[in-house]
Ligand binder design. Sequence first.
Ligand SMILES: *Cc1c(COP(=O)(O)O)cnc(C)c1O
Length: 378
Amino acid sequence: MKIRYFDHAATTPVREEVIKEMLPYFGVEYGNASTMYSLGRNAKKAMNKARRQVAEALNGEIREIYFTSCGSESDNLAIKGFAYANKEKGNHIITTKIEHHAVLDACKTLEKQGFEVTYLNVDANGKISLQELAQAIKKNTILISIMFANNEIGTIEPIEEIGKIAKQKHIVFHTDAVQAIGNAKIDVKKLNIDMLSLSGHKFYAPKGVGALYVRKGIDFEKLQDGGEQESNKRAGTENIAEIVGLGKAIELIYHEFEEYNQKNKELRDYYFEQMQKRIPNIKINGDLQDRLSGNASVSFEGINGSELLFELDKQGICASAGSACSTANPTPSHVLTAIGLSSQLADSTLRISFGKSNTKEDVDFLVENIAKMINEKM
Ligand SMILES: *Cc1c(COP(=O)(O)O)cnc(C)c1O
């Protein structure tokens, strides 16, 4: 059966060019980057190239990039690492109710350790209020962590304005940009971003490699004891092959930025249009303008999301009910609840996320199947 993959917000396949770039580092170039002989120096050189590729994509500097094992680790390192290193300056952190669990749960852990956290509300489209943010700032606020774009509903937050507020108040600004890489132009200088998390597997690099941007001069504590890799901020022998893959993938996705996003947007808008034609009373979740090009989150009464996914899977269609991270979790999505959906409507939500392999014919097949299943139920 042909697989039609509409879950690029959950993960993406590794692209051919990236595999090709990585292969030598699994084989002949197996050196440890901490060693002095040429085999080790080759590994170090390859890693430095990847660091430059990431820095260039973000308009940061090479020494401001730290490689990690995933987006979740980057979020933990940024939030907990920063909080521990700066606790004498204050103990208050501001974040939002719609963050990924890597951010939310890092904040919950800090609360247990004596930090104070404000979780900002979002409006019906999933955007924070800048006024509420400004009002939440206190004398002891040390960190603002607000995601660049939401993984479930695709809403892009007003990052430039948040960066301005943070800068004005001398508060460090971290953003979880895992969903935004390749889907938004990111300039950490222009946007006043101090720390930024990203993850390879969301933009056609492998799973198990991520990076954290930290503006020079900002102190954070390492969370794992061991060697002095990554400027003594992240212990553990570096995953050279995957780091090489991440570097290549971020360069490629920004190289083809316009066409990649234009195509995803066309597919998404076509999908919305067809869905509206075929299914009565659908609700599109998330902001219609400030939105990831490939995200299509839709709710409809009458059918349970996981039931629908199960039926779609029988047709070779991969999609998501809320976010992949919470499919084992029966409680309704915290993001959909935060934008005001009833738990029933939240449970009747389908997230489609488009990417490189999708075609218009795939969308026709998708809509045809959704319409058939929903209309049969009603
Ligand atoms: C996927 C994702 C993460 C986690 O990244 P991993 O590499 O899977 O740990 C964090 N934040 C957001 C917004 C994500 O979409």
